[in-house]
Design a binder for this molecule. Sequence first.
Ligand code: FES
Ligand code: FE2
Length: 394
Amino acid sequence: MNARATDAEAIARVKSLIGDDGFTQAFADVEDASGLPNAAYWSDEWLALEQERVFRRSWVFAGAEAEIPEPGDMKPIEIGGAPLIIMRGMDGKVHAVHNVCRHRGARLVTEPCRKSSITCPYHAWNYALDGKLRARPHFSGPDSVDRFENGGGDKLDLVPVRVETWNGCIFANVSGDADPLEVWLAPFLNRTRAYDYSAIRWAGRIDFEVRANWKLVYENYMEGYHVFSVHPKLLKFAPMNVRWSGEWDAHVFYNDYVFPEIEEGRGGGLPHYPGLPEKDAQRGLWFLCFPHFAAEVFPDQFTLLVSYPVAPDLTREELHVFLIGDAATSDEHRGPREAVLQMWDDLNREDLGMLELLQQGRLSPAYDGGRLSPHWEGPTHQFGRRIVEKIIAA
Ligand code: FES
Ligand SMILES: [Fe+2]
């Protein structure tokens, strides 16, 4: 374990759920270690720890800017169990607030919509698009209206959430004290300097509901070990002998391969990043910025796989595809663009069944976290360790 400050109470809570042995295993070398014990995949209390101490204290992808293109566009999202509204204000900027009325606590927004202000469905308190209280009808007696020119202050305005954007991606940090976004993204950006991300444009999103723990999505995402038996088409595109285990660089997992031939869906029929060197034209890279920003970078695209826990055994997964410039929206590129989305949809569906089997297997008292492949699964093991480290951090 490293020397970062830890929280004794959190350590005690972790040990009460996964045992002293599970705790020790998380910090062992992969040669001798198992993955996290079953409780980390089934326990409500464990998920509550992750929500509170991992998700709320990190940068979390909260959607694409293209999902809220116009002033007044908004969407509800839950991050770390906290309901939020992500919206575009009249100033054209992205704002985030807690999705709860300051009066009696009604949830304000339940689906994506466009509004010029937010009116609570219960007693109609009205808030501006930056969360400031504007009016409270009948609050001080029949037919009265309390109006607020400059908002109602800390106790009455919607509670703001720290939010930042990066090339069309929105990130929120509920606790407000994560490192600056550019510091958090740096290990990923440093490895992909050849890619001009200012050229990426949102091309669409595919949603999946997975009957498995959110961590299994990423444990599976990191290792190429299962490709030979689960992904026949992907295996043909990038066989086992071009693959390696990947590695962590600080809090960012990184992996890559060079594929023998370009095909539609990855690198074929669509414009590449401007100025991308020839040597990268047949390269695929993928990243996981801990805890849940997973990006795949191919010469023609930037694809995200983000996994939001709903319950210990239920995950909402969003796949966002960004393409280069016009290719994201133009009629001319429709065919190859749809091929990219279809490729990701097919590939992900091949994984879903496996994720559900992994979840079910973790009901077995005969499973203790398993024996991992030191060749392929070192990074997977480290993912579990990072979860524990983040939970117990002071
Ligand atoms: S709960 Fe929102 S106005 Fe009463
Ligand atoms: Fe897979």
